[in-house]
Write a protein that binds this ligand. Structure first.
Ligand SMILES: [Zn+2]
Length: 253
């Protein structure tokens, strides 16, 4: 979804720094573009060596559009979630986990004690530690859920991969390396099962075609006729990810 960040220009102004504006210089950008994220953050991407004046004029020209999008983002903002979460719904796996806060001493830890039941024990007033325990569990659970699905899909497509890696990433859902390592984002657990299945097919198709050529998409479509629509659904998939997965939860519960 993102270009690699190149040289960063300073933030727009002091006010904007707190207000979530950023200007990013990109070597690949051919023209100025602006996007407003669901969080309300605004990012202006500019070709290398664009002058301040050009950037200012660009923003002025698009200011009403930007403000409209930011207002929309504020309206759509998710209601504040409880932390620690009381339930964790992993749509892709058809699972809903209840989090039982047992308390106790020591660093927060999270363990499954029954199907659909997690016990959170230890000092839960350390929100950061609770969050890390949740994140670690999420990655482990994702690996357990993804591995058999990926294996089965690889067999069906007759495309071998070397290794599965599960990561927690903010910007990409999956990747396939030249050496055949398939990386999957643990946040796929929050997507619909069809969406996860599509992404497995997408990454496995990269074992044969390391690009997004017409032949690549033909192969994906052979195994997933609805691939284009499911791919678009992933653009919005970040909205299904609970805030504890990325945002710092430093406030006590
Ligand atoms: Zn791809």
């Amino acid at each position: 979804m993102f270009d690699e960040p190149s040289a960063q220009l300073p933030l727009w102004s002091d006010r904007d720094a707190t207000d979530g504006w950023g200007i990013r210089e990109s070597r690949r950008a051919r023209r100025l573009t602006v996007r407003v994220f669901h969080s309300g953050r605004v990012e202006v991407v500019v070709p290398a060596r664009t002058s301040r004046t050009t950037i200012e004029r660009f923003i002025e020209r698009h200011r009403s559009w930007i403000e409209k999008k930011r207002a929309e983002a504020r309206r759509n903002a998710m209601p504040a979630e409880a932390f620690p979460p009381q339930t964790i719904e992993l749509s892709a796996a058809g699972e809903a986990w209840r989090v039982h806060v047992a308390g106790g001493k020591g660093r927060a830890r999270l363990e499954p004690v029954a199907p659909g039941l997690l016990r959170l024990s230890g000092d839960v007033s350390n929100a950061r530690a609770v969050q890390q325990a949740l994140q670690m569990w999420l990655i482990r659970r994702a690996a357990d859920v993804f591995a058999p699905l990926l294996e089965r899909t690889a067999r069906e497509m007759n495309l071998p991969y070397r290794r599965l890696a599960v990561r927690r990433q903010r910007t990409r859902w999956g990747s396939c390396s030249i050496r055949g390592t398939i990386s999957l984002n643990c946040c796929l657990l929050f997507q619909r099962p069809e969406v996860l299945q599509y992404l497995l097919i997408h990454e496995l198709a990269h074992v044969r075609h390391m690009n997004h050529s017409a032949r690549f998409w033909d192969l994906v479509a052979q195994h997933c006729p609805d691939c284009r629509r499911l791919d678009r659904e992933l653009l919005d998939g970040w909205r299904r990810v609970p805030s504890w997965v990325f945002r710092d939860c430093r406030e006590p519960a």
